[in-house]
Design a protein around this ligand. Structure first.
Ligand code: SF4
Length: 598
């Protein structure tokens, strides 16, 4: 098997048993790797009856066929399971070097079921797997956990994925952190680890990936790297990070303010990527094999929000703890980001849940009694920092916030009012600014997701002519549904490879890299239809978990017109969804994919 490690480790934590299985060759052509292959493997392993936090749930760490090869921006891993936040398909991916190191350790993936009777960590070094006591790591934050294990193991080439207090306390949107502050943030995979009493997975090894056509692969990789470096967005991401577009996104009404209820935040430039680079940046950071290096290491030498050298906030976090709560303190939001990373919390869901609570409180829909004495207010980052602590510790009002915004909305009889779809908080690209995002959020397999069809980037000019994906009127869905579907299918391939979505060389180069690495003979069209198959498979899994057409919606909050860049426009998706279903071949009543899956 070229470019795959060829093995998946199956670990039963209850029985403390490890079984090695061959990576299922028969699925690779259709499901590739990453979250596509994970969906095929988990298809019949999770059901309506599976308690996401029960020992019966399965947690699958997966790599892709290009992980650990010199292919650019492919050093990622994903982790998939039934989500405790949404009770449907959960997936999240992260950069750093954990993915490649897992493959060098000899495995394409690690399949974990059961529950250890006490806190443990998994050691996977050069093929050898051990389940080790982690009692002494209990309650330790993710940075400290990585430091202690790195010193203890003493290997140079080591990568660690772990949880912090939030995962141990089963916060529904707990993340898994690796390589410092890299996060598999979304859908609560950290809580699944916590429920299994699994504190960390450490990986290291020396296995080399054999490639089908190494010489040709090298040539195409060089071309792809060249193209990535020439891309204008690459220099933006390098110079000012993913938050580099804050001012422009504010102008367009894409970046949300005051829990999606105001069109303009006049202080936004104080929290932009340019400010990060000018005021607190120490250096850039690259994930394994990535020529872009969008990561930012920052330092705040003094003051209330003093921080040692640590990971800086990405765009989503800047929005979550900046404009969404009307905070203009860059240092404050950087501190909130640091806390979330330390505790292992998804900044998107955490920020959104807190902002929803402030919104309700300010509207007199949440009382001081319910917040346990807290007077929630806009723009108070100090208060938000205290709330983050309460969430991770599951103390006071934090116990409620730890359940996510849908839980709060349902408890208050306000279902549909929180900015979430299928239970997953909407990320920070307002669908009123790019109507295509409204369809993506309504239909994506893990709920509101910006990594499964990035229509905001396409309508900003990131066209893919080879796939017939072109920009269009950002406020008009007419004639655009096919583009949305193609964008979703293409990103399904990215999530299977697993390739970073900030990296966009010509798709033909991606096909060649994949073929020369694996020895398969995908055409571009064939790869895109594999993307469609993968997307539909995840939909089928969700259908079996109880999702139907009624769950494909846009929250009420996005039906309110706003001043500013969205020009008072709001997307109406119902008619377009019918078209979407027709093109996807989904049953219009149930939303079930009609084509038989192999
Ligand atoms: S673009 Fe940024 S997040 Fe993506 S792989 Fe490169 S360094 Fe990592």
């Amino acid at each position: 098997m070229y470019s795959y490690a060829g093995k998946i480790a199956k670990i039963d934590l209850s029985k403390r048993k490890v079984v090695l299985e061959e990576t299922p060759k028969e699925y690779l052509k259709n499901y590739i790797g990453g979250s596509g292959l994970a969906a095929r493997i988990l298809r019949n392993k999770i059901s309506k009856e599976t308690n996401p936090l029960g020992s019966e749930n399965v947690l699958l760490f997966m790599t892709g066929p290009l992980t650990g090869t010199p292919a650019p921006s492919c050093g990622r891993y994903c982790v998939c399971s039934k989500s405790p936040l949404t009770s449907i398909w959960g997936e999240s991916n992260s950069g750093g070097k954990f993915g490649p190191f897992l493959k060098f350790a000899g495995y394409d993936g690690v399949y974990i079921k059961g529950r250890a009777d006490k806190l443990v960590y998994l050691s996977i070094i050069d093929g050898e797997i051990e389940i080790r006591n982690a009692g002494y790591l209990k309650g330790m934050n993710t940075y400290e956990t990585q430091k202690v294990l790195t010193e203890e193991i003493g290997l140079k080439n080591l990568s660690i994925a772990c949880i912090g207090l939030a995962g141990e306390n089963l916060v529904k949107y707990a993340s898994i952190m690796n390589d410092g502050g890299r996060a598999a943030g979304r859908t609560g995979m950290g809580a699944v680890m916590g429920a299994k009493n699994l504190k960390a997975v450490i990986v290291s090894g020396h296995k080399e990936m054999k490639l089908a056509k190494p010489k040709k692969f090298k040539e195409v990789v060089e071309k792809a790297v060249e193209e990535i470096k020439e891309n204008l967005l690459t220099s933006l991401y390098y110079n000012v990070g993913t938050a580099g577009g804050v001012d422009m996104l504010q102008e367009l009404g894409d970046m949300p303010n005051k829990y999606f209820t105001e069109g303009i935040f006049s202080e936004a430039s104080k929290i932009s990527g340019a400010e990060i680079s000018e005021k607190i940046l120490v250096r850039n950071q690259h994930c394994y094999g990535c020529p872009i290096g969008c990561g930012k290491i920052i330092k705040i030498p003094k003051g209330r929000y003093k921080l040692p050298e640590t990971d800086g906030p990405e765009y989503e976090t800047v929005a979550a703890f900046g404009s969404l709560i009307l905070n203009n303190s860059l240092e404050g939001l950087a501190y909130a980001n640091y806390l979330c990373n330390s505790y292992g919390l998804d900044t998107i869901s955490c920020g959104s849940t807190i902002a929803f609570a402030i919104y309700l409180y300010q509207q007199n829909k949440l009382s001081k009694e319910e917040t346990e004495g807290l007077e929630l207010e806009w723009g108070n980052i100090g208060q938000v920092i205290e709330l983050i602590k309460l969430i991770a510790e599951r103390k006071g009002f934090g116990k409620i916030l730890a359940e996510g915004s849908r839980y709060i909305a349902e408890k208050k009889g306000l279902k549909g009012f929180a900015a979430e779809v299928k239970g997953l908080e909407v990320p920070y690209h307002d669908p009123r600014a790019f109507f295509g995002m409204a369809i993506c959020y309504a239909t994506s397999p893990r709920g509101a997701c910006h990594l499964q069809g990035d229509m905001y980037l396409i309508d900003l000019g990131q066209e893919i002519p080879e796939l017939n994906i072109f920009s269009g009127d950002r406020f008009n869905l007419k004639g655009r549904i096919e583009t949305v579907i193609k964008a979703q299918n293409w990103r399904s391939i990215y999530n299977s490879l697993i390739m970073c979505q900030f990296s966009n060389p010509n798709p033909k180069l991606i096909v060649s890299m994949l073929n020369y690495a694996t020895g398969f003979s995908y055409s571009l069209k064939g790869l895109l239809s594999a993307g469609s198959k993968i997307f539909n498979l995840k939909r089928l899994i969700n259908f079996n978990l109880g999702i139907s057409a009624k769950d494909d919606y846009l929250p009420e909050i996005f039906k309110q017109p706003l001043q500013g860049g969205t020009q008072g426009k709001t997307p109406k998706i119902e008619e377009h969804l019918k078209n979407y279903y027709r093109l996807r071949k989904w049953d219009p009543k149930t939303g079930k994919p009609l084509e038989e899956q192999p």
